[in-house]
Design a protein around this ligand. Sequence first.
Ligand code: CP
Length: 294
Amino acid sequence: MSNLFSMRDLSTKEIHEILHTAESFAKGEIWTPAKQTFAVNLFFEPSTRTKTSFEMAERKLGMEVIPFETGTSSILKGETLEDTLKTLESMGVDLAVIRHKQDAYYESLAGKFQMKIVNGGDGCGQHPTQSLLDLLTIKQEFGKFEGLKVTIVGDLSHSRVARSNTEALTALGSEVFYSGPPEWFEGDPENAQNYVDIDEAIGFSDVLMLLRIQHERHNTMMDLTVEQYHERYGLTPEREKRMKPESIIMHPGPVNRGVEIAGSLVESCKSRIFKQMENGVYARMAVIKHILEK
Ligand code: CP
């Protein structure tokens, strides 16, 4: 892979290779690029986990991280993303990580740069490195993907995490189910048979993957109060007790405690939420290594 825009860019063989490399980094393997290598992280939407873990990954790999703040860049003077990237490339930047609110912003960039580009999340489109860190977490837990039942719960229609994970998990042999307000599921009839009530999902799921309500992408206010949403669609302590003994809780973050998940469950025995964040560094180190070696 010369860029990573979408999980569709990766074959299952490449996914397994990246996960293997990420596991090696988790065990302490050290790898650095053969020459001095410069990275820049361009985040046009807010981020804590993705931006910080990419920077951690780049620094752990011995790369030079060039600070770039979108709020003080010449993008504000009308410069396009493409011209901004051409500028950075001409100065010698080797790797750009981009988060952008526009779905599939990367399509207009493909084939135009020697510099490597990694998508750090595009609108409601894709979040490939989140998917890879989620896969790493699932692999560490179960040692396989085949036959696992993964239910993604919440704001499905706005979720790039749901989209990337659906593609990857299905390709790897897991069965993906969906739960949450039905109006956030409509429009995806291909998977209609896999839409289930949360009370059904908790009984059979190996992985319960909860999603934040992305109010910033909604045009209308939700009819339900936070409390009503939590009772109807959220993971409550009572529901958690009915989950399968070996099952786990995942969430890409940021978490809204008391909405999609009870606050007391974020650090519970079944929760792998902070493990996912740790794994984000290893998964991103692995992606960067694979991309730079091409
Ligand atoms: N999971 C995730 O993408 O979190 P951030 O928005 O904080 O990067």
